[in-house]
Design a protein. Structure first.
Ligand SMILES: [Mg+2]
Ligand SMILES: [Zn+2]
Length: 213
């Protein structure tokens, strides 16, 4: 049996709700959020522009936002169990996110999970948070700065399994050998006739992977 890599989105996939959206609304400017989100839906803005712009009005201290998220953020059931299963089976498990290391690491630590993370970074300046985007420009497939190249690099020669929920997962999911999808990503793949396995929690994902070793 060949190698297997699980690439798992963070916001709205590991977490029950999209943390980036919630923070941009709660601590930023809801009007800016609504405007750029509509821009993404209409294709006027790409994801990088949207995330950069919706965090410009956020001016809170990072510690304050981290304290808030540690109280508020809920994780989909079965996450830790799937990480443990992956480590038992020798599967590589990588969180690949358009969010920020600074917000992801405290949550994973709270869950007692230690996994590889690929994500952007944020400089939480008092005059507005600055996003340091880490993904390359001009993806050959979607034309955006997307997760596909990272997924491809991580897949190596083995099977690439992708688990995601939304816009940022579309292009990388199309590259994967197997996709577990929910919410917007599931609708997107459905519309295009791309096969995927629906999931509600990580126990579903573990069952799916165990059923097809
Ligand atoms: Mg997501
Ligand atoms: Zn792409």
């Amino acid at each position: 049996m060949g190698a297997r890599t699980l690439v798992v989105d963070f916001d709205g996939t590991i977490t029950e709700d999209d943390l980036l959206d919630t923070i941009a609304i709660e601590f930023g400017d809801p009007d800016v959020y609504r405007e750029v989100d509509a821009g993404l839906d209409s294709g006027r803005l790409n994801l990088r522009e949207v995330i950069t712009r919706e965090f410009e009005p956020v001016r809170r201290a990072l510690e304050e936002v981290v304290a808030w998220e540690l109280e508020q953020v809920r994780i989909r059931p079965g996450f830790r169990e799937l990480v443990e299963l992956s480590s038992e089976r020798g599967w590589r498990f990588v969180v690949v996110s358009s969010g920020f290391h600074e917000l992801i690491e405290p949550i994973l630590e709270r869950e007692g999970v230690d996994v590889e993370i690929r994500a952007n970074r944020v400089d939480p300046r008092p005059d507005g948070w600055r996003v340091h985007w880490s993904y390359g420009d001009d993806c050959g497939s979607c034309g955006e700065s997307c997760k596909r190249a990272v997924a491809e690099e991580l897949s190596g020669e083995g099977e690439l399994v992708y688990v995601g929920d939304g816009y940022s997962d579309r292009c990388a999911a199309e590259r994967a050998d197997r996709v577990f999808a929910t919410r917007g990503l599931a609708l997107y793949l459905e519309e295009r006739g791309i096969p995927y396995v629906p999931f509600e929690d990580f126990f579903d994902v573990a069952r799916g992977l165990n059923g097809h070793p």
